[in-house]
Ligand binder design. Structure first.
Ligand code: PQQ
Length: 256
């Protein structure tokens, strides 16, 4: 009789809540974008102002896609309580009443870096890979089962650590960065944990089969890839080998 190996265990075995939690966190430990060399350069003060500008204007594409993906998610939800809970994510980014919101705070950051707002919001100078990556995230949330779509936001579990590193590192290392331009990240320090805790609790309650649990873990991997590939593209264009695609932002030149 052949011995059965662990890898052949039936995939229908449900993970315990603790195992499921650990599997999600293991993805971050392995591949969250805090490990990307571009972030180490950014936070360590090793980039020129032009390279930081390139990062900020590309990252604007992500900022502007996030409320669209949250709206896509809400459009699929039949549960009123979940819609109510998810809605504040859109307000966090787009603002509500007197609260200007995260996208406005991002534009304060790009203003502080000396970038023209119209140029930033036009996204014309963004790298093609950035545009493809952020749209892949919106599409993923539109198409995947709801619990898997919720799981894809869970990279936010790992975000406060990188935000703290970024605030401290950029304030210390760049004379063109001050508290005012870092306001976006300071605000996220409270917002991200609340959102991530809610989403984690939701998937624990709603991923009821092993394939659903596995798909949730895979969604966090997918999302790490969405984040990672944006930094790969920045590194390739603006650090090494410095291959800036046609039409993309060129530091130091008039870019409109
Ligand atoms: O600076 C970062 O490293 C970082 C990462 C992430 C993330 O992990 O997706 C988000 C943010 N920031 C962020 O500011 C943000 O608003 C946000 C929303 C989401 C999401 O998936 O809904 N991720 C992130």
């Amino acid at each position: 009789m052949s011995e059965r190996r662990f890898s052949e265990a039936p995939v229908t075995d449900l993970m315990t809540i603790d195992e499921f939690d650990a599997a999600i966190r293991a993805v971050g430990a392995e591949r969250y974008h805090d490990k990307h060399p571009f972030h180490q350069l950014l936070h360590g003060g090793h980039l020129s102002k032009g390279q930081v500008q390139a990062w900020a204007l590309n990252r604007y594409c992500y900022q502007s896609a996030v409320p669209r993906k949250d709206a896509a998610l809400i459009s699929r939800v039949h549960d009123r309580e979940l819609r109510r809970e998810w809605l504040h994510r859109i307000h966090d980014h787009d603002g509500l009443g007197d609260e200007p919101g995260g996208i406005e705070r991002w534009l304060v950051l790009t203003d502080g870096l000396g970038l023209d707002r119209e140029y930033v919001t036009s996204m014309q100078g963004a790298l093609p890979a950035t545009r493809f990556a952020v749209e892949a995230y919106v599409q993923f949330v539109r198409e995947q089962p709801l619990v898997v779509a919720v799981a894809s936001s869970l990279t936010e579990l790992f975000a406060p650590k990188i935000h703290k590193e970024r605030i401290a590192g950029m304030l210390e290392n760049y004379d063109f960065i001050d508290d005012n331009v870092m306001a976006y990240f300071k605000r996220r320090l409270n917002q991200a944990p609340r959102d991530a805790d809610f989403a984690l609790d939701y998937i624990k309650r709603n991923a009821k089969t092993r394939p659903e649990q596995d798909a949730c873990v895979e969604a966090v991997r997918f999302k790490c890839n969405v984040l990672w590939v944006q930094l790969d593209a920045l590194h390739h264009a603006y650090v090494e080998p410095g291959n800036i695609p046609p039409g993309a932002f060129r530091p130091g030149e008039a870019n409109d």
